[in-house]
Ligand binder design. Structure first.
Ligand SMILES: *Cc1c(COP(=O)(O)O)cnc(C)c1O
Length: 384
């Protein structure tokens, strides 16, 4: 098969399965409203859970950071791209989350790839929740270690898996709040199982950080655990982008030697680090508390309203409220119906989720109003 035939075949297979992914050019897509030129939709697709992408203090911080440092870092953090802004943010994050060290990465995807590749070798085993994010599972399957997936949130199966003999070390991988289901991992039980097997635990809390737990410290804080490696990302609750790995001094020093995504890549713009520092201040403040409370009230309102409808929801109390619809074509049709009613929702299809579980991944944010939720509930009701 030629290059061109291979590409054409892959595309037509996707098309035939109603699984072709396309992007939509939006004018504005992170806040309460998604705008497409003149058209305006109530936005139920954004991960900007606290509305910080539009927060005036965070915007001003980015502008001031750019004035002071310029717009780019000029290189890898190992050369000349590690500024006082990066250093200050790492210290604040470590202090906030109760770790010795934090290392900034350009994205959560890069952080997960880097950590798994740097830590694991061919004698080791990675035990990952089956529903872990693509960045984790991909890194694990590319690593030399043995990858074993345990059933979603099944600590019993994890324990059995960890008991199997092995020459090397074991790394348990899970998320705080799962990105496509919105449910939480039983972190305390998973941490116990890991400790008993002398495995290390890595938790990716992309959807919990800033949003859950006291002061927004996230899922691990909420469940009273401290994994050896905690990954937090800044494109969701923080409203910006980027990520950090929280760990011990020695693990940080080790990653600085072996995490290739840190060494061979330009560090985040210093101005972005300044903006992230401002977002962190908001998250820890009364304003942050008010945003989390508002979000919790909106989630409760939605769950209450949707309980009367003939739809399949997941066991989620987070801002991610998926509506499982099954077939791809039905998910696409429903998303289109809701858009006609002014609600912007995204159909998520395999391979992002298991076959036969296509869904509308609805996300709520602190920027929504109760009326917005009512409008969504009505639109859902009318689309059944
Ligand atoms: C979004 C997400 C990531 C990727 O983070 P980016 O900073 O967007 O690259 C990683 N893990 C999980 C669980 C996510 O939801």
């Amino acid at each position: 098969m030629s290059w061109q035939q291979r590409i054409d075949t892959a595309l037509s297979e996707r098309r035939a399965a109603d699984a072709l992914r396309r992007r939509q050019t939006v004018t504005q897509g992170a806040g309460r409203w998604l705008t497409l030129g003149e058209q305006r939709f109530c936005n139920f697709s954004s991960n900007d859970y606290l509305g910080l992408s539009q927060h005036p203090t965070v915007i001003r911080a980015w502008q001031q950071g750019a004035e002071r440092y310029g717009v780019g870092s000029g290189g890898s953090g190992h050369v000349s791209g590690y500024t006082t802004a990066h250093h200050a943010l790492e210290e604040e994050l470590a202090d906030w989350l109760g770790y010795s060290r934090a290392l900034l990465f350009i994205s959560g995807f890069a952080a997960n790839q880097a950590v798994i590749a740097a830590l694991t070798g061919k004698e080791d085993r990675i035990a990952a929740d089956k529903f872990s994010h693509a960045s984790l599972l991909e890194a694990a399957s590319h690593s030399q270690a043995q990858l074993r997936r345990f059933s979603h949130n099944d600590a019993g199966q994890l324990t059995t898996l960890l008991a199997k003999p092995l020459a090397g070390q074991q790394l348990v991988v899970t998320e705080g709040i799962f990105s496509m289901d919105g449910d939480s991992a039983p972190l305390a039980v998973i941490a116990d199982a890991s400790r008993e097997a002398q495995a290390w635990l890595m938790v990716d809390d992309a959807h919990g950080i800033g949003v859950s737990g006291e002061q927004g410290r996230g899922s691990c804080h909420l469940h009273g655990i401290k994994p050896e490696v905690l990954v937090v990302t800044f494109g969701k609750g923080f409203g910006v982008s980027g990520a950090a790995v929280l760990c011990s001094d020695t693990v940080a020093d080790y990653l600085l030697q072996f995490a290739r995504h840190l060494i061979y890549s330009t560090s985040m713009p210093p101005a972005q680090a300044v903006a992230l520092g401002a977002a962190l201040q908001v998250i820890r403040s009364d304003d942050g508390n008010a945003r989390r409370e508002k979000l919790a009230a909106l989630i409760a309102h939605f769950r209450h309203g949707v309980a009367h409808q003939a739809v399949t929801m997941t066991d989620s109390s987070s801002a991610i409220q998926p509506l499982i619809v099954g077939e791809n074509s039905r998910a696409l049709w429903l998303a289109e119906r809701l858009r006609q009613r002014g609600c912007w929702v995204t159909a998520i299809r395999p391979p992002t989720v298991p076959p036969g579980t296509a869904r509308l991944r609805l996300t709520l944010t602190a920027e929504h109003q109760f009326d917005d939720i009512d409008r969504l509930l009505e639109a859902l009701h009318d689309s059944e």
